[in-house]
Design a protein around this ligand. Structure first.
Ligand SMILES: [Zn+2]
Ligand SMILES: [Zn+2]
Ligand SMILES: [Zn+2]
Length: 472
């Protein structure tokens, strides 16, 4: 029996088994997730479902493959009964002594991870899709199923993808998956349909019957009575009285006998208690429980929900690395491809060798770029990046180059200018970008920083670019 090989270090919160180390996270033992990247797997205490959801969102929402692909297990508790949590974990434990039982799962995931290629993408969609394909590949999963989930703003959740979006932006996932289908990465099979609020795209709707005139829900309904002998037609209230429970006709004063024989109830009449309007057919409206907008049902946004299957192409692309969707930013006017940028810097280093001039490479890092991309959606992203490039362009010389290293990092050349002035220009650029965001987004602040590096002759241009990026 292998049980005695499990070694627990209570102080560090780590558990060692067969040369691999797991780290334990609980509400009272939190860790920095980036430091978890060195462990074989993560074990989360499963008693507090909110805590588990929060940790899992951060793990699967990370952009670091060493974090988001990590094997994760729950220990004790009932958090795994949450449908979202269930899709984001790789197994359940009742005791650390059971680690040998889940060890093969950990090894398989980490082994399959070594087969993948990770490349930086400048497109948020490509980055998220690439994460999804890598996640599915490491779990040897082909099917992506919509999960009915009351806590999802769209009612159906794709849990791994949802970790990459703010809850109120979850509807963007439908468009993202459509891009994946158009690209041939997934095939789709119809599953269901949801309706979204026209205002905020939430699917938490309350359907009600309302007055056709004033939209109030405060209505009463009465049977309409048709008295055959005298042909009188009127609401039931016309036939009732306060003395007994008999029905008397207001026109001919006879007592009604048997439904179907001397009278009938051909329809129903509704009376609005707000505006006294009388009508036969209700309107149906859907009140959004997220933003309170009262939608006429014909204005709701219908979305088809599919079950997706990873295609052979999708799997190949995950192995090779995926960096662009057709909606990509490849051709933003005023930028060059990263390869071109590297070549330009290489020649600049050669030029300095001859002229002894001072040239810099500069990086601008939009730390929370993902938040903006998720907010503006695939269509807004190009415009967002174009605005940023225009602001940068206005501060540098036309001979200088701009490139996207990733969706967060923009690199610039500033040739033949003293470092002191370069730093001043960089600060101006950061200020301009902050103002740009302030003017366009009321509810999001830009987390941005920048660095400049003076090119030297000691190391290669490529190493200097890496040094700049790593210094951010
Ligand atoms: Zn709404
Ligand atoms: Zn009314
Ligand atoms: Zn009558």
């Amino acid at each position: 029996m292998a049980l005695e090989n499990v070694k627990i270090n209570a102080l560090k919160g780590t558990i060692k088994y067969s040369s691999r180390t797991y780290v334990y996270i609980s509400a009272s033992r939190k860790i920095k997730l980036d430091s978890s990247s060195t462990y074989a797997g993560i074990i989360i205490e499963g008693r507090n479902v909110e805590f588990v959801r929060m940790v899992l969102r951060r793990i699967r929402g990370s952009h670091n493959p060493d974090v988001y692909l990590k094997p994760v297990f729950l220990m004790n508790g009932n958090a795994h009964k949450d449908p979202l949590v269930a899709k984001l974990i790789d197994g359940i434990l009742n005791s650390f002594d059971q680690i040998p039982l889940i060890h093969d799962i950990t090894e398989a995931i980490n082994q399959r991870k070594t087969e993948l290629t990770f490349i930086n993408s400048i497109s948020f969609e490509a980055q998220v899709l690439s994460k999804l394909m890598c996640y599915m590949y490491t779990r040897d999963e082909k099917e992506l199923e919509p999960v009915p989930y009351a806590l999802s703003s769209t009612n159906y959740s794709f849990p791994f993808l949802a970790c990459n979006y703010e809850p109120h932006d979850e509807f963007q996932i439908f468009d993202l998956l459509q891009v994946a289908v158009n690209e041939g990465l997934f095939s789709a099979e119809y599953s269901d349909r949801v309706y979204l609020c026209a205002n905020c795209k939430s699917s938490h709707l309350s359907y009600r019957e309302t007055c056709t005139k004033c939209n109030s829900t405060n209505t009463d309904s009465f049977d309409i009575v048709h008295h055959f002998p005298c042909a009188y037609v009127g609401p039931m209230t016309d036939f009732t009285n306060d003395l007994d429970d008999k029905l008397n006709c207001p026109k001919c004063s006879k007592t009604l006998k048997h439904i179907g024989i001397d009278y009938d109830k051909p329809s129903v009449l509704h009376i609005c208690k707000n505006c006294n309007h009388r009508f036969q057919d209700f309107n149906v409206r859907a009140k959004c429980m997220s933003c309170t907008h009262d939608n006429p049902v014909e204005q709701l946004v219908a979305k088809e929900i599919f079950t997706y299957t990873l295609s052979k192409k999708g799997e190949d692309v995950a192995l090779r690395g995926y960096s662009s969707t057709p909606k990509d930013i490849e051709e933003i006017i005023g930028t060059v491809k990263f390869d071109t940028y590297k070549t330009v810097v290489k020649y600049e280093v050669e030029r300095i060798r001859q002229t002894e001039g001072s040239s810099n490479i500069v990086a601008v890092n939009i730390v929370n770029a993902g938040q903006f991309y998720a907010k503006v959606g695939s269509n807004g992203q190009q415009a967002f990046l174009r605005d940023i490039v225009n602001e940068i362009r206005s501060s540098i010389r036309s001979s200088d180059m701009i490139t996207f290293y990733s969706s967060e990092i923009i690199l610039i050349t500033m040739n033949d200018i003293p470092s002191k002035i370069v730093n001043r220009i960089l600060n101006d650029i950061l200020d301009l970008l902050r103002k740009l965001i302030e003017n366009n987004f009321s509810d999001l602040a830009l987390d941005i920083n920048g660095k400049a590096l003076q090119l030297n002759l000691e190391t290669t241009s490529e190493l200097q670019i890496n040094e700049l990026i790593n210094s951010l």
